[in-house]
Design a protein around this ligand. Structure first.
Ligand code: FES
Length: 78
């Protein structure tokens, strides 16, 4: 694994059923993979908001290339 892959590897998050999450789509957040509001100052894309359907550990995308947001689909390896 090279530095690029490590930097953009997915981050495991323990999702809680029925809880709302804001997944960062702009890459500016300092709280990856979740939004910290930085997109406003950067005039970048807003977060993708989703509600967890169940309690589960999920690997959320940080490279922002996934075709299945907010979840990692392995695109960071390409
Ligand atoms: S900081 Fe990236 S979407 Fe909000």
């Amino acid at each position: 694994m090279n530095d690029t892959n490590q930097r953009f590897s997915p981050i495991a998050v323990e999702l809680e059923k029925d809880k709302k999450y804001s997944w960062c789509t702009c890459s500016h957040s300092n709280n990856q993979p979740l939004c910290d509001g930085s997109h406003r100052a950067e005039k970048a894309t807003p977060p993708l908001t989703f509600i967890a359907e169940e309690d589960k550990k999920a690997f959320l995308c940080t490279c922002k290339l996934t075709k299945n947001p907010p979840y990692c689909d392995g695109s960071h390896k390409n």
